[in-house]
Unconditional design. Structure first.
Length: 120
């Protein structure tokens, strides 16, 4: 049988992981395992490293600010990269859901021309 990957959800800056509860419950009812990230500013540990070390295939789903932190958090956890190093598990897909797509090393402020938008 084929094992489904675990989906890891990363919320926006002003959201908690609970914003994904309805989606996560729906996926769980269909046989999917999920995690939702709390950012370190609220004393949480990211689940991706542990999942990869367990040999789990991971799909990352990021929203808003989660695009920036998520892209940086998965560095070195790519499935193909880990396989070349003799390790199983890792990130097989990265999904941007109304999220910031920024090159590594760039900030959201950089992407906005050096100035935040008024409501930021």
């Amino acid at each position: 049988t084929t094992t489904k990957p675990t989906m890891v959800f990363s919320p926006g800056a002003w959201h908690t992981p609970h914003c994904f509860d309805v989606v996560r419950d729906t996926l769980y009812a269909r046989g999917w395992f999920t995690e939702a990230v709390s950012y370190p500013s609220v004393a949480a540990e990211p689940p991706t490293k542990g999942l990869a070390d367990e040999g789990t295939a991971i799909v990352i789903v990021v929203h808003s600010y989660g695009g920036l932190v998520g892209a940086n958090a998965v560095e070195g956890l790519g499935y193909k990269q880990r396989a070349k190093e003799g390790q199983s598990g890792g990130v097989i897909m990265f999904v941007y859901l109304a999220a910031f797509v920024t090159p590594l090393g760039k900030s959201i402020k950089d992407m906005l021309g050096g100035q935040f938008l008024p409501k930021m």
